[in-house]
Ligand binder design. Structure first.
Ligand SMILES: Cc1ncc(COP(=O)(O)O)c(C=O)c1O
Length: 459
C-alpha cells in the first residue's frame, strides 16, 4: 500500500448489507462451502459488527475478528454510552461546575460498579490504571516480600516483581499446584501471582484452589484476570482472591482504562504509584502528607471516559450473563477445536493435560510453513484477523511449543459459528495449497508483494 492510495475507511454496513455480503462471501473463495453453516451467531453487538475489509485483488469481505484476546472491539452499548457522557466530560474532583460534578460521579460510580462486578470485599480498594500491566506494576511496588509466579504467565505478570520466584508448570494443573505448594513451603513468600487464564492456550486455572494454597502458606493471591474477567464470573469474596488486575480493552471497552482491585493495607503502606496532584492531602516544600485508598495511587487527571466505558462494559457483561457468555463461547470453542483437530499438519498447543475449562482461544503450530505467512494471508486474502508470534509469554511458549511461533485464534461475545467456519476453511486451504498471492518477509513481518488494498484514512 502506498500513501497515494488513501481512501475512505471500509463501511460499517447495515444488517441488510451484511446479510448480502455474507451471502456473497459464502460463494467467494474465502468461503468455499456454501450452505453448510449453522450454529451460534454473535451473542452481543459490538462496534465492529458488519465491518467490511478489503482483500487482495479487489473487493471486500465481512471482517472476521479472531484476535479478541489481544483487544476486543467495544460493545456497541459502550460506544453509545461514551457518546452520551462525552458532553459532560470535564475536570474531576476539583471543579465546581455541573459537568465537573457529573464527571466526578461517573468515576466514583464506575469504582462502585467495578467493586460490585468482581465481588470485592467492602474494605477492598479499586484503583483505576491504564491496563493490566499497569495494575500489576502498581501492585509490585506494594508487595512486602517475595512473589511466586508460574512460567505460564504473560510478561505483564512475570517482569514487574522484585524478589520473583518462578515455578515451572507441570504437565497437569494438579501437579502444578503441588509444585507451587512445595515452593511456598520451602521459603516464605508474600504473594502468589497467577494468571486466571492463559492467553496462549485459554486454559483456565482454579483461582479458588490457588487462593487456598496461598493462604495456607501465609501468602496472598493476585490474579492476572486480563483474559479471565471478560469471559468468566469472578468473585473476590467467593474465591478468596486478594488482588485482581484487568484491562478494559479486553473487556469490550477499548478506551485506555484498567483496574487493580484488592486489599487496602499493602497499597496504603506503599509509596504513591505516581507522585502528583490528587494523591496528597497537603504539600510543603520539605514533604507531603499522602492520602490512603485509591487516591494515593491515582495522581493526575484520570481517564474519565475510559473509566466510564470500562464500567459500562461490565454492566453489559452482567446484562448478557456470565452463564450465557460461557455457553456461547464454549459452543464456538468446541467447534473451533474440533475443526482444528481434524486438520492435517496443525497442532493445538496445550499447557496442561487436565485443564477442563478453556476460554475460546486456540493457538496452533504448523508442521510445515510459517504461521506468520498464514496469518498475513488470512488477513489479506480472507479478511480474517488472528495473531502470530509468542504472545508475550515467551518462557511458556518456548516450553510447550515445538516451533518458534504459533498462530492464535480467539473468540468473544461477538463471534459466530460463521466466523469459526470461515477461519477453518481458509486455514485448511492455506495449509494445503499455500497463499494465492505472493508475500515477502519485511521487518514488520510477512506482507503481500503487490498490495492493492486501499490504505485506510479517517480524514
Ligand atoms: C494474560 C494477560 N495478562 C496481561 C496482559 C497485559 O494486558 P495489557 O496489555 O492490557 O496490560 C495480557 C495481554 O494480552 C494478557 O493476555
Amino acid at each position: 500500500m502506498t500513501a497515494t492510495q488513501l481512501q475512505t475507511p471500509p463501511s460499517r454496513v447495515s444488517a441488510a448489507t451484511t446479510a448480502r455480503s455474507d451471502a456473497a462471501s459464502a460463494a467467494s473463495p474465502a468461503s468455499p462451502v456454501p450452505g453448510r453453516r449453522s450454529g451460534p451467531g454473535p451473542l452481543a453487538t459490538l462496534a465492529d459488527a458488519g465491518l467490511e475489509v478489503p482483500v487482495l485483488g479487489g473487493g471486500a469481505v465481512r471482517h472476521v475478528n479472531l484476535d479478541v484476546a489481544a483487544s476486543a472491539p467495544a460493545f456497541d452499548a459502550v460506544a453509545r454510552h461514551v457518546a452520551r457522557v462525552l458532553p459532560y466530560y470535564a475536570s474531576v474532583h476539583r471543579g465546581s461546575g455541573y459537568p465537573s460534578q457529573a464527571a466526578t460521579a461517573l468515576v466514583e460510580d464506575a469504582r462502585a460498579t467495578v467493586a460490585r462486578h468482581v465481588g470485592a470485599r467492602d474494605s477492598d480498594v479499586v484503583v483505576f490504571t491504564r491496563n493490566t500491566t499497569d495494575a500489576l506494576n502498581l501492585l509490585a511496588t506494594a508487595v512486602p516480600g517475595e512473589t511466586v509466579v508460574l512460567d505460564v504467565e504473560h510478561h505483564a505478570n512475570l517482569l514487574p516483581w522484585r524478589g520473583r520466584r518462578v515455578v515451572v508448570g507441570r504437565p497437569t494443573i494438579a501437579a502444578t499446584l503441588s509444585a507451587l505448594a512445595e515452593e511456598l513451603a520451602s521459603r516464605p513468600a508474600a504473594l502468589l501471582s497467577v494468571t486466571g487464564a492463559s492467553n496462549v492456550t485459554g486454559e483456565v486455572l482454579p483461582i479458588d484452589a490457588l487462593a487456598r494454597l496461598a493462604h495456607e502458606h501465609g501468602a496472598r493471591l493476585a490474579v492476572d484476570a486480563a483474559q479471565l474477567l471478560p469471559h468468566r464470573r469472578v468473585d473476590l469474596v467467593a474465591s478468596g482472591v486478594d488482588y485482581l488486575a484487568f484491562s478494559g480493552h479486553k473487556a469490550y471497552a477499548p478506551f485506555g482504562s484498567g483496574a487493580l482491585v484488592g486489599r487496602a493495607d499493602w497499597l496504603d503502606a506503599a509509596p504513591g504509584y505516581l507522585a502528583g496532584g490528587g494523591a496528597v492531602e497537603s504539600v510543603r516544600l520539605d514533604g507531603a502528607a499522602w492520602k490512603t485508598g485509591a487516591d494515593r495511587h491515582e495522581a493526575g487527571t484520570p481517564n474519565v471516559v475510559g473509566i466510564a466505558a470500562l464500567a459500562r462494559a461490565l454492566v453489559e457483561l452482567e446484562r448478557l450473563g456470565a452463564d450465557a457468555r460461557h455457553a456461547h463461547e464454549s459452543a464456538l470453542s468446541a467447534r473451533l477445536h474440533e475443526g482444528l483437530a481434524a486438520q492435517r499438519g496443525v497442532r493445538v498447543i496445550r499447557g496442561f493435560d487436565d485443564a477442563d475449562d478453556r476460554l475460546g482461544i486456540a493457538t496452533i503450530e504448523l508442521e510445515r510453513g510459517s504461521v506468520g505467512l498464514v496469518a498475513a494471508a488470512l488477513a489479506a486474502e480472507h479478511g480474517i484477523s488472528v495473531r502470530a508470534g509468542r504472545f508475550c509469554a515467551h518462557p511458556f511458549f518456548d516450553r510447550v511449543a515445538s516451533r518458534a511461533n504459533g498462530l492464535r485464534a480467539s473468540l468473544g461475545a461477538g463471534s459466530s459459528a460463521d466466523d469459526v467456519d470461515r477461519f477453518l476453511e481458509a486455514l485448511a486451504r492455506l495449509v494445503a495449497d499455500g497463499p494465492a498471492h505472493e508475500y515477502e518477509r519485511t521487518p514488520e513481518g510477512w506482507c503481500p508483494r503487490a498490495d492493492d488494498r486501499p490504505r485506510i484514512s479517517f480524514d
